[in-house]
Write a protein that binds this ligand. Structure first.
Ligand code: URA
Length: 440
């Protein structure tokens, strides 16, 4: 078999066979296929797409290119959740303890922030002492004890994806539905849970900017999950504006804790409850209505918050910061950005707001740069809300005083104030299951 022939085949829009995909993935991981040939194939896939069978085969080869985690040491059904990434998306910190408090088992491997989007591991590391690297045995022990453990992705999970993602990142081939679907699902399959709930973001802050593309991506991922014997459900949720009001690592932990304490912004609470309901549903905790009630109850009686605290303690973290936020390290500089006119917030570009948080120090400029856990922003006005001249739109937090002017300028660029109140958009657009798409 020759890579040259496979590139030619895909260039002409033909489907690759199972053996050809295995040859490609295996050869690339072993270093036998050079980056320039793999780049050509990725670009051919970007233009020509892949059939469902090809996408599934690619996913399975990528999943098996590294460790396949066996969660059988944890009794009961294990459920995983994945978000395609967004700004202010701290739902994992809310949803997973709710599910664990209701008897679900969540053995979760999460990622770090990427570009303008945040990552759960960075958020958790803002909790003093919290360890995101655990040995396999300790990881299972924490899940068995607390119902939940969240750690960083193990170095050997879906090895092929690590190499391919880095190549896609520099060859303009990230935004391809079969390539995103196989990348995400290879990691989910390798992580070993029985059931998977996917949160596919749509809008300006998401990979998929349109609802139709988001639904196609969700369908591709659900088909892969179900084909591999994992009960998989996907939701399409809004990422045109940030979720909740806080963006930045410790700021997001505080807001997530607010929701677990029965407070916090309504949009974040609602998306979190829908995801928690779906996770409880896929592991058989009842009808969707019953699962929703269970999730609400776990928040109302404090058990979800206490479950999160117990996981934090089990992983070496100081949970007193979750009860008294003033114990978190505080950013030395802050600035209020004031409205210059009366009106309504007519647009809030999620990606633009995410980039402001990176400039303030909450995200990475390069993959090796450090993170300022206390940096970020808290929105006081969100899309659709009325503002008066002189009112605070947002508070910026940073350790880099010299970046405040630039951050303010960029924030003003990302947010528009106009005279007409924009119509409300849904928070959740659709639910995608094996053979159905339910649009809300
Ligand atoms: N997240 C991933 O893990 N992979 C992609 O390709 C895109 C988002």
């Amino acid at each position: 078999m020759r890579m040259y022939d496979l590139i030619t085949k895909k260039k002409h829009g033909e489907a690759l066979t199972k053996e050809e995909i295995a040859f490609t993935v295996g050869g690339y991981v072993r270093g036998e296929i050079p980056d320039y040939q793999m780049s050509a194939l990725l670009m051919a896939i970007w233009f020509r797409g892949m059939t469902d069978e090809e996408t599934t085969e690619l996913t399975l080869c990528m999943a098996h290119s590294g460790d396949m985690i066996d969660l059988s040491a944890i009794p009961g059904k294990k459920v995983d959740k994945h978000s395609t990434g967004g700004v202010g998306d701290k739902t994992t910190l809310i949803v997973t303890p709710i599910v664990a408090a209701c008897g679900g088992k969540v053995a979760k491997m999460s990622g770090r922030g990427l570009g303008h989007t945040g990552g759960t591991v960075d958020k958790l590391e803002s909790i003093p002492g919290y360890r995101t690297v655990l040995g396999r045995g300790e990881f299972f022990d924490v899940v068995n004890k607390c119902g939940l453990s969240i750690i960083g992705q193990s170095g050997n999970l879906a090895t092929a994806d690590k190499k391919l993602y880095a190549l896609r990142d520099v060859t303009a081939t990230v935004d391809s539905i079969p390539l995103i679907a196989s990348s995400i699902m290879s990691k989910k399959l390798a992580a070993g849970s029985d059931c998977i709930v996917l949160d596919v973001k749509t809008g300006s802050g998401a990979f998929m900017k349109t609802l139709d593309d988001s639904i196609k991506l969700a369908q591709a991922m659900v088909a892969i999950g179900e084909g591999a014997g994992r009960h998989t459900v996907a939701f399409i949720t809004d990422m045109d504006t940030p979720l909740g009001c806080s963006i930045g690592n410790s700021l997001e932990v505080m807001e997530a804790m607010d929701v677990l304490k029965g407070q916090g912004p309504e949009d974040l609470r609602e998306v979190s409850l829908q995801l928690a309901e779906a996770m409880l549903y896929v592991i058989g905790k009842g009808t969707p209505e019953e699962c929703r009630k269970l999730a609400e109850q776990a928040v109302a009686d404090g058990s979800a918050f206490e479950t999160f605290c117990s996981m934090v303690r089990a992983q070496g973290g100081d949970d007193s910061v979750l009860r008294d936020y003033s114990q978190f390290p505080q950013a030395p500089y802050k600035r209020e950005v004031l409205a210059e006119t009366d009106g309504f917030i007519t647009n809030m570009n999620a990606e633009g707001v995410g980039v402001v948080s990176v400039v303030l120090g909450a995200g990475r400029e390069t993959k090796d740069s450090g993170i300022d856990f206390s940096a970020g922003l808290v929105l006081h006005k969100k899309k659709g809300e009325a503002v008066r001249r002189g009112e605070s739109l947002v508070t910026l937090y940073t350790s880099r005083e010299k970046m405040l002017d630039e951050a303010e300028r960029m924030y003003r660029e990302a947010v528009q104030i106009g005279s007409e109140q924009p119509g409300e958009k849904p928070l959740v657009y659709a639910r995608v299951e094996k053979d159905t798409v339910e649009r809300y």
